[in-house]
Design a protein around this ligand. Structure first.
Ligand code: B12
Ligand code: SF4
Length: 403
């Protein structure tokens, strides 16, 4: 028998806690002039710029926000509605961590100074604040992208529908596992979705698409790797993926640009995960974040994934950072105040042996000089072959495995 022990724990240690920077003002550049906006007003729109004199030349140039949204789980947001696959008791809120999929797109979009990228996670703020924001600020919204898992897909469609009814010129884009699994079905059955991207290696493509939408370009099938779009006579066109490096330039401050997400994330973490980790491992942890140093699984290479595996890896069965970049990513999260680092790699020990050995050989001085009990806790997945040993805890080489 073979199974994957999700949510296993590999241990290192505990933190000193630093508060992240909070941004007092939003800087937005348009037509070469930098405006300073105060924090959003109660309806979620930024208050008017305190400089005058820039009149946007065209309709297109007024649209500048690109929101990447994590929809709430459908059964929570759409009470009484039939959800396709997921029953309420199949969800959990214990694991609300910030979404790297959304944050990497938002962080990448910072490079386009004409845009204001926005991160919104409705699993913690709820659906209504987003719907209100769309209603109130629609004329400033260029595009809304949704990160869709199966559990939240219907809620995503509800968001897209709302956006299109409020303002049909808002472009809607979807990505992540549910769409990767069912691109044709999603586009075919929902007219509220304009574009989709399949797979993981899509940051450059999504950035390019959104930048071109801002410029008012016509988007054609085949324009961007991994793009899925309706072509002539509504035929759905899927562009093959292209390789791209694992994204690592995360800007954690973007998470709170529009709504306070960090507060609810931390409260949930301290209420649910901290006590559980203390109970299992005797460690104190206070803030968690997923960390992407590598993704994939050795079993995808030969197309023999476990029958219950629902991961959609897209075009590359394995993709990883170099050891030094992996350490830099860990340090970045740690220095921002995160002490529970949840590795996104699907199967660390066999799939990423080379990366882990490289990291062992290249331990940076900040890590080496931290006492064991001040290091962040690094949590990862491992594939286990053989009969289950419930509750058994194995320790080796500085790691603890808990199934
Ligand atoms: C880390 C992780 C978690 C963490 C953090 C989740 C989070 N908030 O980000 C925790 C433990 C909290 C978690 C919880 C859950 N998870 Co989870 N999780 C993962 C894991 C291991 C990695 C995801 C990740 O961060 N990858 C790194 C980022 C950068 O990649 P990404 O999210 O895939 O995003 C890339 C692309 O998908 C794309 N993309 C993503 N969003 C968008 C949006 C747009 C517009 C575009 C264009 C592109 C795009 O661009 C990114 C570029 O690389 C995956 C398995 C896997 N390896 O993929 C499962 C996985 C995504 N989780 C899954 C599930 C089911 C859940 C839960 C619903 C479990 C539960 N029952 O509670 C909850 C949902 C919690 C919630 N309320 O949101 C399933 C989804 C299956 C499916 N068919 O939908 C997966 C695939 C695991 C599995 N096989 O079961 N999860
Ligand atoms: S195929 Fe790999 S990632 Fe998927 S369940 Fe099996 S071991 Fe885990």
């Amino acid at each position: 028998m073979m199974w994957c022990t999700w949510h296993q724990l590999g241990v290192l240690s505990q933190p000193g806690w630093a508060q992240p920077r909070s941004r007092a003002a939003i800087a937005l550049r348009c037509a070469g002039v930098t405006h300073r906006f105060s924090r959003p007003t109660s309806n979620g729109c930024p208050s008017p710029p305190n400089t005058t004199g820039v009149i946007f030349a065209s309709h297109i140039n007024r649209r500048r926000s690109a929101a990447v949204v994590v929809p709430p789980n459908s059964n929570v947001a759409l009470p009484g509605q039939l959800c396709t696959v997921t029953e309420p008791n199949e969800h959990s809120d214990w694991s609300n961590l910030l979404s790297l999929g959304a944050l990497c797109l938002v962080s990448a979009l910072r490079r386009n100074k004409a845009l204001r990228p926005l991160y919104v996670d409705c699993t913690v703020i709820g659906l209504q604040p987003l719907l209100d924001y769309i209603s109130n600020c629609h004329d400033r919204i260029l595009a809304i992208g949704a990160s869709v898992l199966t559990a939240n897909y219907e809620a995503a469609v509800a968001i897209m529908r709302h956006a299109k009814l409020v303002d049909p010129s808002i472009k809607t884009i979807v990505g992540n596992d549910h769409f990767t699994a069912l691109p044709g079905e999603c586009l075919d059955r929902s007219s509220w979705i304009d574009y989709g991207f399949t797979g993981n290696e899509v940051v450059a493509s999504a950035f390019a698409l959104i930048s071109r939408l801002y410029e008012g370009s016509i988007i054609s099938p085949g324009d961007h790797p991994s793009l899925v779009v309706r072509g002539e006579q509504g035929r759905i066109h899927v562009t093959p993926p292209a390789p791209e490096p694992v994204f690592s330039d995360y800007d954690y401050a973007q998470v709170d640009e529009l709504f306070d997400h960090t507060g609810p994330y931390r409260r949930a973490f301290r209420a649910r995960i901290s006590p559980r980790i203390a109970e299992l491992l005797g460690q104190h942890v206070s803030a968690g974040v997923p960390v992407d140093i590598g993704r994939g699984c050795v079993k995808f290479a030969n197309d023999n994934a476990c029958s219950f595996c629902s991961i959609q890896y897209g075009g590359l069965w394995r993709n990883a950072l170099e050891p030094r970049a992996a350490w830099a990513t860990i340090e970045h999260a740690w220095s921002y105040g995160y002490d529970y680092l949840y590795m996104t790699a699907d199967e660390l020990p066999l799939t990423f042996t080379g990366l882990l050995e490289g990291m062992l050989a290249e331990q940076p001085s900040w890590w080496r000089h931290l006492p064991d009990d001040e290091r962040p806790l690094i949590v990862g997945y491992a594939r286990a072959d053989g009969p289950p040993i419930p509750g058994k805890r194995l320790c080796c080489a500085g790691s603890a495995f808990v199934n």
